[in-house]
Design a protein. Structure first.
Length: 472
């Protein structure tokens, strides 16, 4: 019979099994996909032919890439307390990253023609189903064990104020996480709102009693949920639990702040709470860079004939260069030269000076008006993407004169420079571009920066294709 504490002491072993299991699934799916994609040729009267060595090499490369890539996306962290969809999202992004790396390597080495496209498609699809399926099954097994009293974590919450109530209430509503509150600790009078269901929980008021309760009742974790003003109590609790094997967790008092993005990290051994930074960092930054280079290369190849025709049209529409070069402000506030197909006479700003342009700008040539209306004048910015100056998706870059004008007038304006500027973005697909409400555009840009994900980029690309870049 399974003992009720058996899973607690074998977390590292289970993690290792999960890692090896993922690699086995990827390899098995690669082999199975080969035979499925070559069913007619493979299953002949001569029997089953062996897997070609070149295919084995690609499968082994994918296994190695997965072993290196998955940890970058924290696939093997403790997911207790996180939603299934959240785990699936990160797993999917990591698997797509592996697929994109293989595709890029095939393109660079010009070896793509050696491999069946149907094999690759079936392999990536089957691999995703297998990886996600294993996580879903594992979660159901853990939920069953937790509902049966196995794999629980007993915790004590330090604090009885509003912040502690929020923490306790969220844990209570998420019973499948297996976190069971055994007691509350308060060094003073109970204050703030407490959910009714907490009334039957033991309330500890003395530090020695807290230590005894932890040692005698098999408490696994102590969650300190106190405001910053309770620094002395926090210190006393930590001292009281000195020498105890219990895990101590501190819930930062950040509920009252409206943070753009926040996370915990460590710099030179110093714990740091990041309260304002871009979600496109670390592994996400690598993923987005690969996304930009792969998609920009593909788009440039397919758009090249059209771009040649547009260049001819620009040349015949008015005298001057085909491309218009203009200084814009991008990532980290650095200036770069943005490329566009020229849609106006070269003397367009001699009389007006720098002003907001629009699709119906009277200064544009007839052909230029067409380019602006269809946003085809933006195509040369694919070169900006390949040069690393822009991204396919991101806030639109502005001219330095406008950045200087609005950085102090519009709240959080400069936060748009936490990421690379893009050809299209969350604001643009909702119609906010050019001479439109700047405050609304910035709100959309900040939403993108805070909530970035590969899924959001894909959504914006699809919206760009079907909606176009329209104005409000």
């Amino acid at each position: 019979m399974l003992k009720k504490g058996v899973l607690k002491g074998h977390g590292n072993l289970l993690n290792l099994i999960l890692r090896l299991g993922d690699l086995v699934l990827i390899g098995v799916c690669g082999v199975a996909a080969y035979f499925l994609s070559n069913a007619y040729e493979t299953f002949t009267s001569l029997g089953v032919q062996g897997l070609p060595g070149s295919y084995i090499q690609v499968i082994m490369l994918a296994v190695v890439l997965s072993a290196l890539t998955f940890p970058l996306f924290n696939i093997y962290r403790v997911w207790r307390g996180s939603s299934t969809l959240s785990e699936i999202k990160y797993l999917t992004i990591a698997w797509i990253m592996v697929a994109m790396c293989l595709t890029l390597l095939a393109f660079i080495t010009k070896s793509g023609a050696e491999y069946s496209r149907s094999w690759m498609g079936i392999w990536f699809a089957a691999g995703w189903v297998a990886l996600v399926g294993s996580r879903v099954v594992l979660r159901y097994v853990l939920r069953y064990l937790r509902s049966s009293g196995f794999n629980h974590r007993h915790i004590v919450i330090v604090g009885t104020g509003d912040q502690a109530a929020i923490v306790a209430d969220r844990l209570q509503k998420s019973t499948w996480f297996g976190l069971e509150i055994s007691a509350l600790f308060s060094s003073g009078q109970v204050s703030g709102y407490m959910p009714p269901w907490l009334s039957d929980k033991k309330i500890i008021t003395r530090y020695q009693e807290l230590r005894s309760h932890v040692d005698e009742n098999g408490v696994d974790q102590v969650w300190i949920s106190l405001p910053h003003s309770e620094e002395k109590t926090i210190r006393d609790v930590i001292n009281a639990l000195e020498g105890s094997p219990v895990e101590i967790r501190y819930v930062p008092d950040i509920f009252e702040y409206k943070l753009m993005h926040h996370s915990l990290s460590e710099v030179a051994g110093v714990p740091v709470v990041n309260i304002s930074y871009s979600a496109i960092d670390g592994a996400n930054k690598i993923l987005k860079t690969v996304e930009d280079y792969v998609l920009a290369t593909i788009l440039l190849i397919f758009a090249s004939p059209l771009m040649v025709l547009i260049a001819i049209g620009v040349k015949f529409s008015s005298s001057g260069p085909v491309l218009y070069r203009q200084k814009r402000v991008g990532w980290n506030g650095k200036e770069f030269t943005m490329l566009k197909f020229r849609s106006m006479p070269v003397t367009a700003e001699h009389d007006t000076g720098p002003i907001w342009a629009s699709k119906m700008d009277k200064r544009a040539t007839p052909f230029g008006s067409f380019l602006r209306k269809t946003s085809l004048d933006e195509l040369p910015q694919l070169f900006n993407v390949l040069r690393g100056e822009m991204s396919l998706i991101g806030p639109r870059p502005e001219r330095p004169v406008f950045v200087e004008q609005y950085k102090d007038e519009v709240p959080h304006y400069n936060k748009k420079h936490l990421v690379k500027a893009g050809l299209t973005g969350w604001a643009q697909v909702h119609g906010w571009r050019g001479n439109t409400c700047l405050h609304t555009r910035i709100e959309h840009d900040l939403y993108y920066i805070e909530n970035w994900s590969l899924w959001l980029d894909i959504k914006i690309i699809i919206m760009t294709i079907f909606r176009g870049l329209v104005h409000k």
